[in-house]
Design a protein around this ligand. Structure first.
Ligand code: DGI
Ligand code: FE
Ligand code: FE
Ligand code: FE
Length: 187
């Protein structure tokens, strides 16, 4: 699908601020894909659609989780986690995007997971470091992402776990798995 056509489709789904975020995630993901020799067109498409479901009705998303037989524990960790997994199915049903690599990157962009593909990592970290983000510690991640994308993803997971725990929010197991994986590789 043409970039302009894809952007026009998501623009209808998103508020202005979120659409602008999406364009920055796209630019960041393309730069990372070029740097790491990933599939640039898939990175572009996954980035454009990563937040496709962000503003869908929560009840509707919960229904998709049940009817599409997504992991039912998604219903217990806070509604912010729904838009990735549900979005990965919605883009197939509503837009016709049927590409397991692209859909996986959309699926895991919020939580990450262990054993991410290169495309999963690019979308996960592009969403975290795009220039509009100001998370505590994000500059440290930006400084390393072109040298070591695994370390960058690990730092993002660590920062997110820390943030969620400080606010006594539940941490989804996939996010912990990404955090633990980084420590085990570093031995
Ligand atoms: O959709 P975006 O705002 O662009 O970014 P995102 O998809 O990374 O979503 C960020 C939100 O997700 C933020 O409110 C924190 C939340 N989040 C990320 N990881 C976890 C999480 N929430 C829970 N409960 N558990 C997690 O592991
Ligand atoms: Fe998101
Ligand atoms: Fe994120
Ligand atoms: Fe996003």
């Amino acid at each position: 699908m043409e970039r302009e056509k894809a952007l026009a489709i998501v623009e209808k789904q998103l508020k202005k601020k979120r659409y602008e975020h999406t364009v920055r995630v796209m630019e960041t993901a393309i730069a990372l894909a070029e740097h790491y020799s990933a599939n640039v067109k898939k990175a572009e498409q996954a980035a454009i659609f990563h937040d496709y479901a962000k503003y869908r009705d929560i009840k509707e998303m919960r229904r998709w989780v049940i009817e599409e037989k997504l992991p039912q524990d998604l219903l217990e960790y806070g509604d912010e986690l729904l838009h990735g997994p549900v979005g990965s199915v919605m883009v197939e049903r509503e837009v016709g995007i049927k590409d397991p690599e692209v859909q996986s990157a959309i699926y895991y962009h919020t939580t990450g997971k262990s054993y991410m593909s290169l495309l999963d990592k690019i979308i996960f970290i592009a969403d975290y470091i795009e220039p509009g983000r100001s998370f505590l510690g994000v500059d440290e991640v930006r400084a390393i992402v072109y040298e070591d994308i695994d370390q960058a993803c690990w730092m993002a997971a660590r920062n997110t776990v820390q943030f969620l725990m400080e606010h006594e929010q539940p941490v989804y197991p996939d996010t912990f798995h990404l955090y633990n994986e980084g420590l085990m590789i570093k031995k």
